[in-house]
Design a protein around this ligand. Structure first.
Ligand SMILES: Nc1nc2c(ncn2[C@@H]2O[C@H](COP(=O)(O)OP(=O)(O)O)[C@@H](OP(=O)(O)OP(=O)(O)O)[C@H]2O)c(=O)[nH]1
Ligand SMILES: [Mn+2]
Length: 176
């Protein structure tokens, strides 16, 4: 039953993200990201809480597609909706403000939302090491690393393995 639910959640995310691509020069399908975030949690973070894994699969659906929180609640329940809501930026705000709020609000998030955020940052930072998004300067990449380190600072004490992997990346860039 749980397995079926997890597969349905992945399928829902795949349908929602179907026309979206990552910003890398290869234009990788966007769904690779939420699936990769869920895999980081399961494999590296040893997380088996299905709500967290569902939250990871769905974490960018409301922010980046036409998906509504109501839709997520109807299909997956209020707990999963809550996790997704906690990790969804308000796209109505200016970008700088959104970025600032992530840093300020990170420590206030629930443990489940913190897990999704840690894995999201880990995936995106590894992705930046793998390839530079189209149009990004090296300075912009450095700024993203610096900002991500500030967000992660507010998420600490949540999952040792994931925090250790993030620290490796920050050390390579001389951030910590
Ligand atoms: N590293 C990388 N990121 C890519 C790529 N394609 C899309 N992204 C997404 O871009 C976002 C980071 O880029 P920014 O310019 O800082 O943010 P913006 O898209 O909101 O404007 C991340 O969003 P997010 O997952 O919502 O996380 P967050 O950074 O907003 O916390 C990330 O998933 C790619 O090829 N490489
Ligand atoms: Mn994401």
């Amino acid at each position: 039953m749980d397995l079926q639910l997890l597969v349905s959640t992945a399928n829902f995310a795949a349908i929602k993200h179907k026309d979206q691509r990552r910003k890398d020069p290869d234009q990788t399908p966007y769904i690779n990201h939420p699936i990769g975030v869920a895999e980081i949690l399961s494999k590296e973070g040893n997380v088996s809480d299905i709500e967290v894994l569902q939250g990871a699969l769905l974490h960018d659906t409301v922010e980046d597609t036409e998906t509504t929180f109501e839709e997520i609640e109807e299909l997956f329940g209020s707990n999963v909706r809550g996790i997704v809501a906690e990790v969804t930026d308000d796209k109505g705000l200016p970008k700088q403000e959104r970025k600032r709020l992530q840093v300020v609000n990170a420590p206030k998030k629930s443990k489940k939302a913190k897990l999704v955020k840690l894995a999201d940052k880990l995936y995106n930072l590894r992705d930046l090491n793998r390839s530079t998004p189209s149009g990004w300067s090296q300075e912009r990449v450095e700024e993203y690393f610096q900002w991500a380190a500030n967000v992660v600072q507010g998420l600490r004490g949540t999952n040792e393995a994931l925090e250790k992997e993030l620290d490796k990346l920050f050390k390579e860039r001389n951030i910590i």
